[in-house]
Design a protein around this ligand. Structure first.
Ligand SMILES: C[S@@+](CC[C@H](N)C(=O)[O-])C[C@H]1O[C@@H](n2cnc3c(N)ncnc32)[C@H](O)[C@@H]1O
Length: 307
């Protein structure tokens, strides 16, 4: 039934323009119950993204590109990508082999989580939480995946050296691609390590992480789109906090005295507060009011973990 439905566009005379594909695709997203949240939180924007990037057009293309007549080859590419998106629930980012954080493009494939982090809006605010005038010299992105946040850190803190830590060798290969494509090989050092276990001794001004934080039972129930992503990028163990716990324990000995830990934890805010009721956590405000990134100061961490 679904396959028959998919055959429709191949025969439809009206799908000769990107605009016609867009209108059709939005309906298909709804009728096939496609999960969103990787590229965009709405079907229109994701379908538009997939059309433009399949055709090699920029995301800020003028609206009149939607009226252009497509060549047979272009229609074939659109058919292929929408078939995989709709029938196999493959994330759009794995079809286009890219994802964008703001103006920055990152290579992306099945080896890494699709970049989508609140740190895009929060990294520019981080220096305001350090004592005024503190030079930011050393920062680290733990659980770097595609390396996207390490790259954003390197852009934000132009004189800092950036470490990027990742346990998956596959993900590290993708991070390496992105570090090279952004011309940051002299600024960013990649480390294969379970949190800080194999990272050489160094103290950081900022430890940043978007770790795996979904409880395992939640991972089991995720929509297919998210099951295409590496399980180890999402699964934070029984309570979702396995990596967070290890990171907080190790962070103490890795921070400068005025240093900060910033952690993106999705729906685990309450679990964090229950796990560490006496540890001061500041929940940073985000535009969509999810406020799921917490900031913890080195001094508070030291007091808490040393008792
Ligand atoms: C939620 S993804 C975040 C990726 C990237 N920072 C981003 O924001 O798109 C978490 C990443 O942590 C990695 N990871 C999982 N366990 C780890 C561990 N024990 N030590 C280091 N990295 C780990 C996963 O392989 C995955 O790439």
């Amino acid at each position: 039934m679904a396959a028959q439905k998919y055959n429709k566009p191949q025969r439809s005379p009206e799908l000769h323009t990107p605009g016609a594909w867009l209108q059709w695709a939005v309906g298909e997203y709804e009728s096939h119950d496609l999960a969103l949240g990787q590229i965009s939180d709405n079907a229109h924007d994701e379908a538009l993204y997939l059309i433009l990037r399949t055709l090699g057009l920029p995301l800020d293309s003028e609206p009149d590109v939607l009226e252009r007549l497509l060549s047979p080859e272009q229609k074939k590419l659109l058919r292929q990508n929408f078939r995989r998106r709709i029938m196999e629930h493959v994330p759009a980012s794995y079809l286009t082999k890219e994802a964008w954080l703001g103006e920055h493009r990152f290579y992306c494939d099945e080896r890494v989580l699709t970049p989508r982090s609140y740190f895009l809006e929060l990294i520019p605010t981080l220096s305001s939480y350090l004592p005024k005038g503190t030079p930011v010299k050393d920062v680290v992105d733990v659980c770097t995946g595609s390396g996207c946040l390490a790259v954003l850190l390197a852009y934000e803190f132009g004189s800092a050296r950036v470490d990027a830590v990742e346990l998956s060798p596959d993900a590290l290969e993708v991070a390496q691609i992105n570090v090279c494509e952004h011309g940051l090989t002299d600024r960013i050092t990649l480390h294969e390590s379970d949190v800080f276990d194999a990272v050489p001794e160094r103290r950081y001004d900022i430890i940043l992480s978007n770790p795996p934080y979904e409880p395992s039972a939640v991972c089991d129930q995720l929509p297919d789109e998210f099951k295409h992503e590496p399980r180890m990028a999402l699964d934070g163990g029984a309570d979702g906090l396995i990596i967070v716990r290890k990171l907080l324990q190790q962070a103490m000995s890795r921070l400068q005295p005025d240093g900060l830990v910033v952690l993106e934890v999705g729906a685990q805010r309450r679990a964090m507060q229950q796990a560490w009721p006496n540890l001061p956590m500041r929940w940073l405000k985000t535009f969509d009011k999810m406020n799921c990134v917490c900031l913890i100061r080195a001094a508070d961490l030291a007091k808490h973990f040393r008792g």
